[in-house]
Design a protein around this ligand. Sequence first.
Ligand code: NAP
Length: 411
Amino acid sequence: MFEKIKPPEEGEKIRYEDGKLIVPDNPIIPYIEGDGIGRDVVPAALMVLDAAAEKIGKEIVWFEIYAGEKAYKLYGSYLPEDTLNAIREFRVALKGPLTTPVGGGYRSLNVTIRQVLDLYACVRPVYYLQGVPSPLKNPEKVDLVIFRETTEDVYAGIEWQKGSPEALKVIKFLEREFGIKVRRDSGIGLKPISEFATKRIVRLAIKYALENGRRVVTLVHKGNIMKYTEGAFREWGYEVAKEEFGDRVITEDELWNNYGGELPEGKILINDRIADNMFQQLLTRTAEYDVIVTPNLNGDYLSDMAAGLVGGLGIAPGSNIGDGMGVFEPVHGSAPKYAGQNKVNPTAEILSGALMFEYLGWKEGAELIKKAVEITIKSKIVTYDLHRHIGGTLVGTREFAKAVVENLQSL
Ligand code: NAP
């Protein structure tokens, strides 16, 4: 079934049956090293994840698959079918960052992977690790999980270059059919947001909140301006909450009218905020936000901003989740200027691995990884990005990961 890669002979496949992942103790897990600093952070993360697996009596059998520049050299394609098939087949993968040139060139490989595999939710927890420098006075109040829809919105890839026959055709169509005038020298992009995809991600976020003892789910949208896309996102979000979780979810109006502002035990609050307001709310009323669910573009901006509140991109993990499938990757990109220098912080990649452990049901392992990272940073063994704020012992990517492994082994 694969053209140029061969799955390892040891290890077993993760299966998905009746809506549940069945995870063996020795799963085969594909990984993509990625471009730029991928070659630094991914091997460092594998080292920590192996140590954590061993500590809980498991073993990960890694299977390298290719995307980006490494894939181009091997296949003449940046995203070979082999890679997509391996993720489909083995269901859970770890990924390093991939470069996407701005403007021309190829479409984002990250966006393509999410769309082709229907990994519709980009789930990014944002929490504070003690000892990490933060611009906030009380960074420990940050404890968010952002659910960003990733198959639609202006990221759907429906766009045409200025002057292209397609762009001109759309411009003429708009004028002829609707009397809408668009400048001829415009590039054109479309923003589809569907009821199906909105309800699917809001459902996932509410389920997550209920299963993980979260208290608030906030729909973040720009519905005051884009009424039939972002505004509809808000409406459909409330509809799912009411129709499918009516006995567990209350709105802000109900909170104040029926419960005097006190959230009753066993219920979660669903509310909504307009995106621009949300950016300042996260800074000024940090503790009030918990689970955030939002269309693609808002979610992209919000995730980086939220990551900045608790130490920056070097430590922010992420995941792309579909039904019975997950690809785990840091929020940061390939930072090409640092590639191969054994310099950058592997924490984001390591903590993405911790998320992967949680997804596999290996919660104990995930906790060990998080604790070991925290102990390492608290003892001020840090890479350049944190060192420039808090000083301490400056180490490289590999050495940081080794220190995490040592701390993990002594837990
Ligand atoms: P970036 O690669 O995330 O890097 C931006 C800056 O963030 C770096 O210059 C560095 O800041 C800091 N940073 C990122 N990773 C770090 C780490 N592990 N440790 C410490 N600091 C880290 O963003 P970009 O420069 O905008 O994008 C580069 C390429 O990555 C682009 O082609 C973009 O499309 C792609 N990208 C890929 C993904 C993905 O694969 N999912 C995500 C985002 C971007 P300082 O310079 O201040 O040290």
